[in-house]
Write a protein that binds this ligand. Sequence first.
Ligand code: PLP
Length: 409
Amino acid sequence: MDKNFDTSLLHTPYGKPDAYNALSMPVYNSAAYEFDSAEQMESAFTGKTSEFAYSRITNPTVQYFEDRVKTITKAFSVTALNSGMAAITNTIIALAKTGDNIVTSRHLFGNTYSFLASTLAAFGVEARFCDLTNPKEVSAIIDEKTCAVFLEIITNPQLEVADLKALSSICKSRNIPLVADTTIVPFCAFRANEFGVDIEVVSSTKYISGGATSLGGLILDYATFDWTKSVKLSGLAKDFGTKAFTVKLRKEIHRNMGAYMTPQVAYMQTLGLETMSLRFEKATKTCIELAEKVEKLSGVESVNYTGLKSNPYYELSCAQFGAYPGAMFTFDLASREACFLFMNKLKLVKRATNLFDNKTLAIHPASTIYGTFTAEQRELMNVSDKTIRISVGLEDVEDLYQDFGQALL
Ligand SMILES: *Cc1c(COP(=O)(O)O)cnc(C)c1O
């Protein structure tokens, strides 16, 4: 019987029975694993059997975390890495080669932008920026060298939403995989593959870690893309078909890059997963209420949140993400000085980067995350000097509202 989300998450069986019937997956702090014979060793190392050999490649505690995510998302494969950036870089390196381009938007997480625009440029891979909310522009910019379309489902901090079904139909007609960063609305609330996403990347540092305990990243491959159409993976696709990306990633890229999640982190994040939907729902409900209240505070010029009916993306956001579009919103004050004053007067809300901690966090993106970009680059990325970003936590909404009110006085 197919169980519901939280039940199947909690009751995902172990790969092997635990020797002591531990109800909580033990932390296997071991770099390597012993074999009974040279023959057994040979078949593990040549891929004939899937024994544990070395924890850079796989580890029982990390694999259990991956298995839980696999159970609830029904992804073909899940790979857990030691940060969201590691998930993004491993994915792109598995897909791209010199001469290729990646079609994306300038509205990206700062390090993702820098990786695509600077780091990859040194290897001859071009980042092609366009307006992903404009299908005609996307169609026009794609060419035979495009190896992926990459987007964030709700961009941070602009909160822009692209129509995934429209993008997916362009990608399908041009034989290009659609890769989405779903950190802002994770898989407890949003089924990326139902909207045509082939590969999903998530920073599990955020909602999943369960209170910002640790860094982590996930790559989910739904095995929906026909890799015989990909120049780089068509060789593998002859043998592995729609599984070619996972084979490339797990047998080569992830082993060579050496960014696998550690067992301690997998333990914490497995616990985090267990309460993810509860926390996500509560934080998002509070976010909707708070955003509505903040809209009416004097000194606030505008509030940007796709969960507000006044937002231009409201309908698309409902269609894609339902009633809960994540617990991050931004608002604009009169000036950069007004933003700094507000930040400095906060008493309860923490001045910190990060998203979806259990505590509410505030940041002025232009002077921090985007502080080393030029003013022109910030303008191209729509990162305004007047914007404050809020990540809503699990506090009572009245206390948050009161703190905002006193900080705006
Ligand atoms: C935080 C974040 C990342 C990077 O994740 P890390 O775990 O910090 O490496 C990538 N994308 C989005 C949307 C993020 O919010």
